[in-house]
Write a protein that binds this ligand. Structure first.
Ligand SMILES: Nc1nc2c(ncn2[C@@H]2O[C@H](COP(=O)(O)OP(=O)(O)O)[C@@H](O)[C@H]2O)c(=O)[nH]1
Ligand SMILES: [Mg+2]
Ligand SMILES: [Zn+2]
Length: 296
């Protein structure tokens, strides 16, 4: 038995990188296991075929998840150590989606940054929100995949990481990856968003090694991402500044909604916590409660 890393997924077929560096195609044994990009898998060759067979998945260090329409948890990628949320002036940023990705990163225990792409466009309207993320302690990098401005900073952030790049469709994720790859490397296969229309969608994602170091996973745009949380009470763990303030709430089981002596609410009122981030937190709590009730 050999081990391999899943580097691309196309429905039930996968592309693997074997320990010796060879890349091969593979099928999956049975219907029970669902490998994703970043997984370490056990594989064996299939006689008289070029395909290999995936027989098992090694325990995951972490997984990026989301609930699907049928109330099940879908895993988008595994074994990551960094998350890059890309936003841009166009399409118009949805900061609530940014917060939900950052929430997912916190709960996975991985660091994250916000990359503001298309810095060649007018970005003045977005300065305020970007500063909010910087103040909370996230890396914030402005860049343009078009002009190359700031791309070196993205390169530096990535150099030592196995990162997933996420964000609304059209913000420039694939363009950033292609710019990082440079001219001499084959351009990445376009990750299709089209299959997103149906309910029984297949996630097609790909893991790309960067010449400057690091590995990045590109995944299709998810229109309205939310992480799958075990319970609404852990939502506060996904918001750094709320998690920190919560230590000073009067009640240990404070939900930071209407309880007296809530340090989170106090800091919202004083402006130390962004009201929009707090709103994000409340939405995350509501969404998780709706999911638990099967109402999503
Ligand atoms: N003006 C500008 N356009 C960009 C930039 N980066 C990407 N784009 C354009 O934005 C569109 C979406 O880019 P793409 O990389 O496919 O986005 P993805 O869906 O996030 O992978 C394309 O038309 C790109 O040419 C940039 O830095 N500046
Ligand atoms: Mg793309
Ligand atoms: Zn509280």
């Amino acid at each position: 038995m050999k081990h391999a890393t899943v580097i691309a997924t196309y429905s039930r077929r996968m592309r693997l990188s074997l320990a010796d560096g060879r890349e091969v195609q593979a099928r999956i044994k049975g219907k029970r296991i669902k490998p994703v990009c970043g997984d370490r898998v056990a594989v064996e060759p299939i006689e008289n075929e070029e395909d290999w067979l995936i027989t098992g998945i090694a325990e995951r260090r972490n997984e990026l998840t989301r609930p699907n329409m049928r109330g099940q948890i879908e895993v988008l990628a595994a074994n990551l150590d960094y998350l890059i949320v890309v936003v841009a002036a166009e399409p118009k940023p949805d900061w609530f989606i940014v917060d939900r990705y950052l929430c997912a990163a916190e709960l996975m225990g991985v660091d994250a940054c916000v990359v503001f792409n298309k810095s060649d466009l007018d970005t003045s309207a977005f300065r305020y929100e970007l500063d909010t993320y910087f103040d909370i302690g996230y890396d914030v990098v402005a860049c343009s995949a078009l002009t190359g401005e700031g791309i070196d900073n993205v390169r530096k952030l990535l150099a030592t990481h196995r990162a997933i790049i996420v964000g609304q469709s059209g913000v420039g994720k694939s363009s950033i990856i292609n710019t990082l790859l440079g001219d001499d490397v084959q351009k990445t296969a376009d990750i299709s968003d089209k299959s997103r229309e149906g309910r029984h969608t297949t996630v097609n994602s790909a893991m790309i090694s960067l010449p400057s170091g690091g590995v990045i996973i590109d995944s299709p745009g998810v229109r309205d991402y939310a992480p799958a949380l075990e319970s609404a009470t852990i939502a506060s763990e996904g918001f750094r500044e709320i998690r920190e303030a919560a230590q000073e709430c009067r009640f240990a089981n404070c939900r930071h909604l209407r309880e007296p002596g809530c340090a989170v609410k106090d800091r919202c009122e004083s402006g130390a916590i962004s009201p929009r981030r707090y709103e994000s937190f409340k939405r995350m709590v509501n969404l998780t409660e709706q999911l638990a009730d099967g109402k999503y």
